[in-house]
Design a protein around this ligand. Sequence first.
Ligand code: SF4
Ligand code: SF4
Length: 440
Amino acid sequence: MASTLTFPKGGVHPPESKELTENLPIEVMPLPAELDLILGQHIGAPCTPTVAKRAVVAEGDLIAEVKKGLGVPLHAPVSGTVKAIGVSAHPLRVTTPSITLSVDREAGAKQWTMVDWQQMSAQDLLQKVHDAGIVGIGGAGFPTHVKLKPPADTPIDTLLLNGAECEPYITADHRSMVEKAEQIVTGARILAKILAVDTCYIGIENNKPEAIKAMTEAARAAGGGGCQVTVVVLQVKYPQGSEKQLIQAITGRKVPAMALPSAVGVVVQNVSTARAVYEAVTLNKPLLEKVVTISGRGIRRPANLLVKIGTRVSDIADYCGGTTGDLAKVVLGGPMMGFAISTLDVPVTKTTSSVLFLTEAEIDTRSMSACIRCGWCLEACPMGLEPKEIGIYVEAGLAEKTEPFGVFECFECGSCAYVCPAKRPLVQFVRLAKMKAKRS
Ligand code: SF4
Ligand code: SF4
């Protein structure tokens, strides 16, 4: 399935490494004994618990909500008892406030009743998306209902669904598109009704022929019905799935520096977010679980698992047969944008797309050296930034002077660091520069 459609500037081609899981059907992981529900699951304000210690909760019950500011509620992924309102391990911080739930494994799964979404108003649909606690599943976890309500002075004419899944190893969206194509297309139509648009494109890279076929057939079967859903086949290039690159590849529109996609009339959602919207609206089911790719050569049995939010990585590792003796690093997310974790106590959140168990042979262990000014990082940057200069300024203690090199436009894709022959930690330099420039 050849396609040359892609974004025009920069980009890299890391080894895809998807062969470990791309043909493995989604498997439901049995319930663990406990879940840790982190209260700050998304960008914005963290939730405040609405339950007390020892409270008995049923699957889908509200357990925390955002009282003030940007955010969405949190629900009990299963029936059980609140064991503690305390702290859990966090992928970036040492610990973070959380609710620990003792799981009632005898309770049985809740039966969700189907409703007809076509009779609902756009406002009611939007409210359901909020009430179900949906955030952008594939990325930073921006509350979805906020993205669906752009400012009145920025008219939206196009919905883009991101099915690129351009990070190596990860196949969670791929398997969802193959196995749940109809639900994703219905989710797209619900999103289109909320946004009042009649055009939706679903971008998929050409290394996923099965997903392209399933989604094309589902889109055809759905017909027009208020919104024309079209699958667009994209060239394999990282970071194809980032919002600005996807928009330019599919619509040709260039989002201005520091602006949001709505500035060019587009809203982007991930395909798995569309599926969560489908469940929220047609089943009244909150976001309780997600498909997570478990991969890398450091885990005995790679898998695409449907896990409850709050499941600890240690329980996942046990279920997948344990780790191999040569395990060197565990990464939450993809190898390009993910974060290495130091403890397997970290739980899955609404934004976790994969857990990678990597051996030494799969990671780059070379140490950093001085910049040789080869310019490769400039060529690789899809935003046309100057990561080399940012690094040099940060090392010289001048982080707050990096704004002219576009530090705030950097979305930390890691393409520059990937190509750097001197193994310079360019993304870490950018993060530090952002922090210091904001403070200055
Ligand atoms: S991490 Fe930032 S600077 Fe580096 S390539 Fe990506 S956008 Fe450019
Ligand atoms: S790729 Fe690395 S060595 Fe080359 S210019 Fe950029 S920072 Fe310097």
